[in-house]
Design a protein around this ligand. Sequence first.
Ligand code: ADP
Length: 640
Amino acid sequence: MQAAWNPLHKLGTTLNIYSVLIALVPLAVVVAIAVNLFQQQAKEQAINQMDSVAEVKINEIERWLNSSEITLNLILTNPDQYRRMVTILKTQGRMTPAIASVDFYLTTQLGLQNSFEEMFIYDLNGEIRASTNQDQEGRFVNELPFFRPGLTDRYTQAPYHDPDYNRLSMVVSQPIRDNAGEIVGVFVGRLSLESLSDVMTTRVGLGDTGETYLVSTEGGVLVTPSRFQEGVGISLASTGIDRSLNGRNGSDIYPNYRGQQVIGVYRWIPAMQSGMLAEIEEAEALSAVHEVREISLLVTIAAAVLAVVIASIGTLWITRPIRKLTEVATEVINGDYSRRAQIRRSNEIGQLATAFNTMTDKLVNTLDERNKRLDEIREVNRQLRIATAMAKEAARIKSEFLATVSHELRTPLNAIIGFSDMLLLGMSGELNEKQRHQVTRLQENGKRLLSLINNILDITRIEAGRTELAFSAFEPRQLANRLYNQMEVLAQQGGLKLEMNVDPTLPDQLIGDENRIEQIVVNLLSNAFKFTEKGFVRLDIKANPEKSEWTLEVTDTGIGIPPHALDYIFEEFRQVDGSSTRVYKGSGLGLTITRNLVRLMDGRINVKSKLGSGSVFTVTLPMLESTSAVDISLAEQIEA
Ligand code: ADP
């Protein structure tokens, strides 16, 4: 029953699993918490970074707008040109030389800066009267959004869609007034959005994937080109874009317009009517986190491997002596009691081995002793068997001898009784008084002797198994009446009371050997009368249906039986007073016959007695009721 040994099985596996768990669980928890915190920090850092980039860009945009306005104002400080512009605007019709001069002036100014890509003036009707782009002259701007606000004050037009250029435009304007201070037209500078895009695409603080861009409410398009050359001219949407265009400022993680997961900061810039977005791809912002995560994973795997190695070595160290001990134990179980565990360790395993060896020593001693005892018991048994056989044989010979002797004695005894009868009847002549008395004594003694011999014959028959019971249905109440009539004489002779009670629940009919039952009760009642001087003798017949039994109980108020005699009075020829000077007559065979008959009927007999107060003999018999089924089983029982 020794199992194949494998360090990875059973104890080893358990130890490995526990070691790996002990090594990994705390590590995993710490790593998870650390990585999480680190990630949180990295995110916050990315948001802060994007926030400051957005702040810088917004400042730059404001500066760009301010400087553009200043540039425009400076251009209008030339009094000659200003006057010319007023004249052109107040005068209807062509004024070619003045316009040419203004055009030239403006074109020169345009070349000196890079904030604007076009400059022009329009009159109160919205007609462009002079421009750095002569193709535009004569065109009307009264449909464009800046037309009306421009006629009232300085105005900056947020990006709008210009149908002539079919792209976003942005303008800064300044009203032109005549000498009377009346507004006669508007000087407009079309801003170069490319100069803005220079500002926007400066990549300071944006890493590899970061970008800042402006999205206009005007169609949701990019105000400046994307650094990724994507999304130009089309309407864009993302969580950040939508929120900023709704006038909100904040930060979040979301997929941007290119579908990249980004950490983004969004701001609403009212002057530009645009949303400013500063975004960095989450993958880049959290790349350090990923690295930490990978390193943690590697460390965890290394810890697991180390745990398994250490656990395996530990397992070997623990299981090797246990395996040895198991081998030795198996050999001892298989009968080799000379084996002992050779394990020298001062720890618990060493103690276990020592305990095992001590236990085996004791086992060997116990076994030796047991074997010795067994031999002794065997010898006693053998002698007992011989003695039993001898006793049985002796009993058989005794029974046979008694049966033969009794039989042989009965014939001459019957002759003696018969002849004494004839003598008493006067068949051989009349007897005188003395002769009659002596023949009567002769006959009485002959009858007593015959009864004794009959009793002996009875016992020997029962013991030899030659007595057969004759089972049949009988009426217990009738039996009781008969017994009463039979015994009443004895009661009268002894001056005693005879009582008899029959349980009303007792069935009317029972199955049994009525004659033998009668013999039993007569024996008990006879004893009761014999050993009772005064008082009463009572027979109680009771039913005990729960146990399927019925009892015959004989009670007397006689001399009683001393406790030590209760056992032996049932033995053959045993009497309480066995001396030759005894008062009570009898052979000491009545109770033996009674007990043997009761046993033959599968019953039992008990006696309770108190010296000087009386005795109770109880015979308990199985209750066999008179049904055919019982008859059959009974017949089988008897046969068996
Ligand atoms: P015996 O022929 O002597 O009566 P038994 O076998 O019937 O033989 O009884 C054995 C002995 O048991 C008796 O001798 C007597 O000493 C005692 N004994 C039996 N029945 C009674 C009784 N009812 N009261 C007192 N002693 C009894």
